[in-house]
Design a protein around this ligand. Structure first.
Ligand code: PLP
Length: 397
């Protein structure tokens, strides 16, 4: 049984703060600063350019990829790390789109994250709109899968409501219809017990700064099913995805396996922080994590149900249909979240009216949830949000 009291001790969290925003930016694990200092002073400053070889900076993308593959239930050597998630969305889609034969429809749903949709739109414009981006409702995916669909591109967990797809079922149906699948795991990796290998997903992508606690702007990851990787043309043909980058040949030859999905120079400092952050996952049983997340989520939902009847649950009521966050609709959501943050409970707001609370068992306990219930209830029952200072919108909400 994973010991969540021990995992909590491995994070730095300000005194008196209940951090319910780890779905947006994970907090800093204590071992990150030593790791960064190590890379700064024992590697960069002393090894200089030799660090690429001697400190193996160049191999961070696959080293970290293998750490992540275990967290998402994927095969060894099926994941690499680098770039941002938006770029990885583009990379997956632009690689998949080469293999669509005569099919012309990319299916997604209205619960997808805007950046994923924008990336798709940008690519389709570039391809002179030969393809159609079809956006259906999240509960209508199965009935929209047919032999006209080329690619199914979905985000597993809805960033606003936490509504979660059944990847196993949807992916199976898609594959039965000959559809290429791309799953965005931004709010799933490190939150759910994923089994990519069993599910036979084609592509998956995700970020590391949310539930994986890699730090602000930490790099994204991409998974490609080992059964197809050797047939994939990467589309974003960066030099580090080349079979032999240091031959500096003018002709692109894709690297072996997942290596071909590398693009450019690894962000060494960010990768160092991520290396430290991912250590904790060696001790985590994902079934334990998921049960604890459900337990804490139910506790928050039930605690607020009676005390705050005017907060309407935006997340699915059935635990299995939720990711690892709890969201509420509230007309005055923005100022309410600011007033709650002011009192030490950090959540966030998503336009137009959603209050979001991330549930992260690695560092959130029952006690934290109870404190959050108290503070949220006090703010809502007494309309403490109704002050000009809470209504002024900041850029990042
Ligand atoms: C967080 C998130 C992103 C963010 O992309 P970046 O390129 O890292 O800014 C993209 N897609 C989804 C589904 C997300 O949840």
């Amino acid at each position: 049984m994973t010991n969540f009291e021990e995992t909590k001790k491995q994070f730095i969290l300000p005194e008196g703060v209940v951090y319910l925003d780890g779905n947006s930016l994970g907090p800093m694990p204590k071992n990150v600063s030593d790791k960064l200092a190590n890379v700064l002073y024992d590697e960069w400053s002393t090894m200089l350019i030799n660090g690429w070889n001697d400190a193996e900076w160049m191999f961070q993308p696959e080293y970290l990829g293998n750490k992540i593959s275990r967290i998402i239930g994927a095969e060894e050597n099926s994941v690499v790390v680098g770039e941002t998630l938006s770029v990885r969305v583009y990379q997956a889609l632009s690689s998949a789109i080469r293999d669509t034969k005569k099919r012309k429809i990319i299916l997604t749903d209205s619960g997808n994250f805007p950046s994923d949709l924008y990336m798709a739109q940008g690519l389709l414009e570039l391809l002179n709109d030969q393809f159609e981006l079809r956006v259906c409702e999240p509960n209508e995916i199965l009935k929209n899968l047919n032999e006209e669909i080329a690619i199914l591109m979905l985000t597993d967990v809805d960033y606003r409501t936490g509504r979660r797809h059944d990847i196993a079922e949807i992916n199976k149906n898609a594959k039965d219809n000959g559809i290429i699948t791309i799953w965005d795991l931004a709010h799933s990796a490190g939150a759910l017990n994923l089994k990519l290998k069993d599910w036979n997903v084609d592509y998956a992508i995700g970020c590391t700064y949310k539930f994986l606690n890699g730090g602000p702007g930490s790099p994204a990851f991409i998974y490609v099913n080992p059964k197809i990787i050797d047939m994939i043309k990467p589309s974003l043909m960066g030099w580090l995805g080349h079979k032999t980058p240091f031959d500096f040949s003018h002709k692109y030859i894709p690297g072996t396996g997942i290596n071909r999905m590398k693009i450019g120079t690894p962000p060494v400092l960010a990768n160092a922080a991520l290396t430290a952050s991912l250590q904790i996952w060696d001790t985590i049983n994902m079934d334990d994590l998921r049960s604890k997340s459900i337990e804490l989520s139910e506790r928050l939902i039930n605690g607020l149900k009676s005390s705050c009847p005017n907060l309407k649950l935006a997340s699915p009521t059935v635990a299995q249909d939720r990711g690892s966050q709890v969201s509420f609709y509230f007309e005055h959501g923005y100022p309410a979240v600011q007033a709650i943050i002011d009192r030490g409970v950090i959540g966030d707001f998503r336009s137009p009216n959603i209050m979001r609370f991330g549930i992260t068992p690695l560092y959130i306990s029952e006690k934290d949830i109870d404190l959050a219930i108290d503070i949220i209830s006090t703010v809502i029952q007494n309309s403490l949000w109704d002050k000009p200072k809470y209504k002024k919108r900041k850029f990042v909400t």
